[in-house]
Design a protein around this ligand. Structure first.
Ligand code: BG6
Length: 497
């Protein structure tokens, strides 16, 4: 199949950190359809040769086994081309049109890895220069808007020129092999389904913790914050994967319908829940892996009195028969104790305990998303150590034990990366792992009252030292329900501010 993949923002961070490494891996694995061109578009003063050299140097930095060998890059480089464009100038689109029409590829994928402020202009200009045809696909990177209204405005323009089936809204978490595994766990196994409901589950905790700070993105991040950067998209997509009903089949439409339904069931915010079920935090100076790291307010590009949240913890309820009354807790943050994403399903304790159970002992399923990809099923077993001790009235003592499934060990660690898979899907026209506009809008609609509340709230964020699991207030929120955040399942130990 012949394809042209046009990367708007072709010299930007996203392009060389994620997209080109993903494309290179697909090329190396032999899964990139042959007969394709990758056309970088940017304002830089480059030609094909200069662009190839630019990408070669960047990919060499990817490091380790993932960076290309010289002979591999030589072959990959023949796919790379460059068109110099100022995206605000109509005449530059005419030049792009010439490059594309000279070849007439069966599929043209326009990947908008640019500032979201340019999405509308690019769509309008593509249409004006005859480049929005039925064989065009358009890939939109997050953030798609800054709030509900801007999201609607962008989607309205996109819809004027493209049918929904041509629009690929990226949430790279959906491309992660571990998130694919989550769908496999829920919909490939009948074992858990009878238990996957309010009668058996006490609470569900979704954690996406990063140890990195805002790096070079201080100015961008300060206008964004954790709620827009991680919750509105990645965390809510994980929540959907956990809470949605089984789709009627594996088609994109069926999956997206069920995710949309789950989002629609999120309990709307009230004055009381805004005040009690959401905690925003910001990191102060601290230490990560023994190294001192600066406070968020000291990062380049961040104002000295910034109120932007680098941490968010929410308590969410889903109003339907399956989940009514079960709290879902979400927490995400930068500069936390470890890079770790996982989902913990805490099952209700035994209804009539006749054996001696350790404190807090009940079953849990831990879905490890990163850095490891695996599952732990926590059970209670007879405590061998106590076997010879005198038994009080002959009652057995139980101790926690768990089954541990490491997907990397089971299936090998060489897996298709998130961007690699999503780019191949966009080229092939598979929409399953992309977000539909109504789904995305619903997620914005739900977070909007919280965005408004936090921006109007003069109290500002709770502070937490870098290298911890976030502000105390996040633990207080769970303690009110009689729960606690689950301990880290990686090497890092729970350490509160
Ligand atoms: C991006 C956010 O969407 O996801 C970043 O903009 C964040 O701030 C990143 O660091 C996390 O992705 P991953 O795949 O490293 O967990």
């Amino acid at each position: 199949m012949s394809f042209d993949l046009v990367l708007f923002g072709g010299t930007g961070d996203l392009a060389w950190r994620k997209l080109l490494p993903g494309l290179f891996q697909a090329f190396r694995h032999g899964s990139l359809p042959s007969g394709g061109r990758i056309i970088g578009v940017a304002r830089d003063d480059l030609d094909d040769h200069g662009y190839r050299e630019f990408i070669r140097q960047r990919l060499a930095k990817t490091g380790g086994e993932k960076s290309p060998q010289a002979h591999e890059f030589e072959r990959f480089a023949t796919l790379l081309h460059f068109v110099r464009m100022d995206l605000s100038k109509p005449e530059d689109y005419a030049q792009l049109a010439q490059v594309l029409q000279s070849r007439g590829a069966e599929t043209v994928v326009m990947y908008l890895a640019t500032a979201p402020g340019l999405f509308t202009t690019v769509c309008e200009q593509l249409a004006a220069s005859g480049l929005a045809t039925p064989s065009t696909r358009i890939v939109l990177e997050k953030p798609l808007g800054h709030d509900l209204n801007s999201n609607r405005a962008i989607n309205a323009v996109v819809r004027r020129f493209f049918d929904e089936s041509q629009v690929f809204r990226i949430d790279h978490y959906l491309g992660k092999p571990s998130v694919q595994n989550l769908f496999a766990l829920r919909f490939g196994n009948a074992l858990f389904e009878p238990l996957w409901r309010r009668e058996h589950i006490a609470n569900i905790q979704i954690t996406i913790a990063e140890d990195l700070g805002v790096e070079q993105r201080g100015a961008f991040y300060d206008g964004t914050g954790a709620l827009r950067d991680m919750v509105q998209n990645h965390a809510l997509q994980l929540l959907c994967a956990m809470a949605m009903e089984p789709p009627i089949n594996a088609s994109a439409a069926a999956i997206r319908d069920e995710k949309l339904k789950a989002l629609r069931c999120l309990q709307p915010w009230t004055a009381q829940t805004l005040a009690q079920h959401a905690v925003c935090g910001q990191y102060t100076a601290g230490s990560i892996a023994g190294q001192h790291v600066p406070a968020y307010r000291e990062e380049a590009g961040v104002p000295a009195h910034s109120q932007t949240e680098t941490f968010a913890a929410l308590r969410v309820e889903i109003g339907n028969w399956r989940w009514a009354g079960v709290p879902f807790y979400i927490r995400t943050g930068k500069r936390m104790a470890a890079r770790e994403a996982n989902i913990v399903v805490n099952f209700r304790p035994s209804p009539h305990p006749i054996l001696r159970t350790p404190d807090g002992g009940s079953n849990k399923l831990v879905i490890k998303l990163q850095p490891q990809d695996g599952l732990e099923l926590h059970l209670l077993a007879e405590d061998k150590a106590s076997r010879n001790a005198p038994r009080e009235h002959g009652v057995q003592t139980l101790a926690p034990a768990h089954l541990d499934l490491d997907f990397d060990k089971r299936f090998g660690s060489e897996r298709v990366g998130a961007y690699e898979g999503l780019l191949l899907d966009a080229i092939a026209g598979r929409l399953n792992l992309f977000v539909r506009s109504d789904e995305q809008e619903e997620a914005w609609r739900w977070v909007q009252p919280l965005l408004d509340y936090w921006s109007a709230d003069g109290r500002g964020p709770h502070f937490y030292p870098a290298g911890t699991w976030g502000p105390e207030a996040a633990s207080v929120m769970l303690a009110r329900d009689g729960f606690a955040w689950e301990h880290s399942f990686g090497k890092a130990k729970e350490k509160l501010a």
